[in-house]
Design a protein. Structure first.
Length: 191
């Protein structure tokens, strides 16, 4: 947990763009270090994933769904992975487009690191995660701007944690009622 957010790439360089995604929030944090003076910004998913995004995903899904007929059952079984990869690629393209990155050539693609701020680590180590995110901010923003972003990051972490706790409580309640697909018991008979 010491270096929770290590922005170094395998070659030792720093990524051009770092994204901090909070899965249950409509906002995500962007640290854009492509210029001399890095920019920190908060983007809203509604501003990035517009109607064109959904049409693009739907077209890609249709193409992927119909792309194989030789081993149809195998193809169907692999659809979730294929769709996840497609949606992830399309989403990244739309995020980069929103940041003004036009990808004409693969060599022009900036290096991107994505941090997903969620899960058990967030609920049990929220303070350490907040410290790690603040270190990222301090490396990019200075003075009063850094303090503003630290407050913003603290708010994002707090809101994500609160939503995750509600979701976990709901899942536990559903499991205890037997309404959850993950529900199990040693003495279950569904006949």
């Amino acid at each position: 947990m010491e270096q929770l957010f290590n922005p170094q790439l395998p070659g030792g360089g720093r990524p051009d763009i770092q994204l901090c995604i909070f899965p249950h929030l409509p906002e995500f944090l962007v640290i854009d270090s492509r210029d001399e003076s890095p920019q920190v910004m908060l983007l809203n998913t509604d501003d990035v994933f517009d109607e064109e995004f959904y049409r693009t995903v739907e077209a890609e899904f249709s193409e992927t769904l119909r792309s194989s007929s030789e081993f149809l059952f195998s193809h169907f079984m692999n659809l979730p992975v294929s769709i996840e990869e497609s949606v992830r690629d399309i989403a990244m393209t739309f995020i980069l487009d929103r940041l003004g990155v036009q990808i004409e050539d693969e060599d022009e693609i900036p290096s991107v690191v994505v941090y997903v701020v969620a899960g058990g680590a967030l609920t049990t180590h929220a303070a350490k995660i907040l410290d790690g995110l603040n270190e990222l901010i301090r490396a990019s923003a200075r003075g009063p701007e850094a303090a503003h972003w630290e407050t913003t990051v603290a708010d994002l972490v707090e809101r994500e944690t609160a939503i995750m706790q509600k979701v976990n409580e709901q899942q536990m309640e559903d499991a205890l009622k037997g309404d959850s697909p993950d529900y199990f018991t040693l003495w279950e008979s569904r006949n």
